[in-house]
Design a protein around this ligand. Structure first.
Ligand code: NAP
Length: 261
């Protein structure tokens, strides 16, 4: 059994997930670095996690596959015996951005399976594990277990060329509310972190569009968000700074959500 708090971060090999893993490592966490296929990126993340003062293991699992979700949780328990923090971060963009009037079901099914169904049922398995820990009085310095889901401004901003992505993120926002309501009796708080435009592989293909928008002041803080910005928000939750908040949404978006006149 690990003395360190144990975090399971999905899609942690690259991008935002890596940023989260590193910030949690700075708090001394053992981080289970889940990835889908890019083992090299996951190994590099593991090296950075150790360098930052954490411990970790990399576990390949496709969050959209039921058996893989079970495997991921089992590997976490095998390695560390507990889960203190689940971070649902893994997600994909549509393979092709297609207009709402043209987009096909294949893309919809792929995206919903990875971005919505995966975290919904992974959270169910992890929640059961966390409830067991709470009922056994199996506490450590971390305090009660917590769950964080990384959504997007796409939970409310309509992009008509990636409706499936927006629907998945809106669904994840409700997922946070549902699990927050269900798990409060066990002392398990549930949070949503809602990034704006963050510099990762996901946004590399639309870099020029966002560069232009930033230049034109499309959101008040005129820069790209960084994986570290999201990591620091998750680390604040991990430090237990919000014990009387659950179902809370943390906008980490440079002020994108503000309406101005
Ligand atoms: P990214 O750079 O493309 O990285 C995606 C990560 O998710 C990778 O580690 C990838 O694993 C993993 N992944 C993909 N499909 C998976 C699956 N089926 N099972 C397990 N892991 C899977 O993306 P990102 O920009 O960091 O995005 C991370 C999250 O933030 C996503 O949920 C995304 O929707 C959200 N988000 C991003 C932005 C942005 O501007 N970048 C804004 C708002 C929200 P491999 O490395 O093995 O491929």
């Amino acid at each position: 059994m690990s003395n360190r708090p144990v975090s399971l971060v999905t899609g942690a090999g690259r991008g935002i997930g890596r940023g989260i893993a590193i910030e949690l490592a700075k708090l001394g966490h053992a981080v289970v670095i889940n990835y889908a296929g890019n083992a090299n990126a996951a190994e590099e993340c593991l090296r950075l996690v150790r360098e930052a003062g954490g411990d970790g293991v990399a576990v390949r699992a496709d969050v959209s596959a039921s058996a893989d979700r079970e495997h991921l949780v089992q590997e976490t328990i095998n390695a560390y015996g507990r889960i203190d923090l689940l971070v649902n971060n893994a997600g994909v963009a549509p393979n092709v951005r297609a207009d709402l009037l043209e987009a096909g079901e294949e893309s919809f099914d792929r995206l919903i399976n990875i971005n919505l169904k995966g975290p919904y049922f992974l959270t169910q398995i992890v929640a059961r594990q966390m409830i067991g820990q709470v009922q056994r009085g199996d506490a450590n310095s971390f305090g009660p277990p917590r769950i964080v889901t990384v959504t997007s401004v796409s939970a409310y901003a309509a992009s008509v060329n990636r409706g499936d992505y927006c629907l998945a993120k809106a669904g994840l926002a409700m997922m946070t509310a549902l699990y927050a309501a269900r798990l409060a009796e066990y002392g398990i708080n549930v949070y949503e972190v809602r990034p704006g435009v963050i510099a990762t592989d996901m946004t590399e293909g639309v870099k020029e569009k966002y560069d232009r928008m930033i230049e034109q002041g499309a959101w008040p803080i005129r820069r790209w968000g960084l994986p570290e910005d999201i990591g620091r928000a998750v680390a604040a939750i991990a430090r237990s700074d919000f014990p009387y908040s659950t179902g809370e949404v943390f906008n980490v978006d440079g002020g994108f959500h503000l309406r101005t006149l």
